[in-house]
Design a protein around this ligand. Sequence first.
Ligand SMILES: Nc1ncnc2c1ncn2[C@@H]1O[C@H](COP(=O)(O)OP(=O)(O)OP(=O)(O)O)[C@@H](O)[C@H]1O
Ligand SMILES: [Mg+2]
Length: 361
Amino acid sequence: MASAQQLIGLIKSHAEGDSDRFFDLAMQLSAAEEQKGHKRLAEQLRQWADAGQMPRAEARTPNLTPIAAPRGDLAQFLVASYPSERLNSVILPPLIGEELAHIVVETRMREKLEEKGLKPRRRILLSGPPGTGKTMSAHSLAGELQFPLFSVMLHGLITKFMGETAQKLKLVFDAIKTTRGVYLFDEIDALAAARGDGNDVGEARRVLNSFLQFLEEDTGPSIVVATTNLAEILDRAVLRRFDLVLSYELPDAASIREALERRLIGFSLSRLSWRKITDCAAGLSTADVVAAAEDAARRAVLGDRNSITTLDLVNSLGRRRSLQGLGRDANATKPESLSSKRSRKGIPVSNEDGRRRQEAE
Ligand SMILES: Nc1ncnc2c1ncn2[C@@H]1O[C@H](COP(=O)(O)OP(=O)(O)OP(=O)(O)O)[C@@H](O)[C@H]1O
Ligand SMILES: [Mg+2]
């Protein structure tokens, strides 16, 4: 049950028309109930909180509110959006998914933590290969929390404002302090990489140092998410400033299958040889797998078919592999399997192997 203090806060914020506070408290209650396993009650509270948020919901179209539209110089390198994705739309290893879900709970339960002198984690670094869901995760965090997402155009910031990048960065951190949201510094290696490329080493170092300093000083209500493909070039000084560093990886067989199934909802997928398909996707990112699914789907639709076969997916994944320079056949470099050796020598193979081979041919 909600504490008396929570109930008083809820009624007071409603009476005072403070819809932001009302929303936060209702979401806190919902998170608390969810943690206790009262999922239906939690969902109902979330719905009521949403319903009580009409002004904010209406404001979700960018440019309608002061919050949504960064002004002046800020408008040149801060872009606002209102993502609708949820965390469960990102396919992630359980550990990463759980950490992100906990960030949501910590943010919603901020006051409870603060009562005990604790703070929610708010500075998050996502590192890993391209196309593994880092940017999507930042969008989903914003969507889940119903916060606006502010994307910081780091590259433009550095090149456009050479010499005054640090001052501009200060503007961003001022916004982080005053306007609650998820602030996404995508591909933060732009800051670190610039140090070595001979452009203006002094400037890049100043920018990076300012970024670290601002990050350290920031105690506001926003969440800062930085992403990089190159965690190894970020030095310890950078990594130390984050409350949470999550390493994304290429999808395993289960995630590949999930990505394909989710993208191919509406098509008939019976009797697919998943082993063969996931083998073909080895080395591809989730983004590539999704693109291959879309490729197979387009071809099926144009061929007036509603079913997708193993061969469709093997071919689409193969094309994707070629485009990525991975070599079309994922198995080309693998040791020959027992069943294919057998069949080459004319030895009968098991039914399952025979069926899979037929599907692929
Ligand atoms: N883990 C995932 N779960 C579901 N879809 C994904 C995932 N990763 C990638 N995708 C798909 O690929 C698209 C691109 O992913 P995203 O931009 O998040 O990758 P990224 O890790 O940020 O890549 P980069 O390092 O190149 O910026 C997503 O919009 C989504 O369609
Ligand atoms: Mg990205």
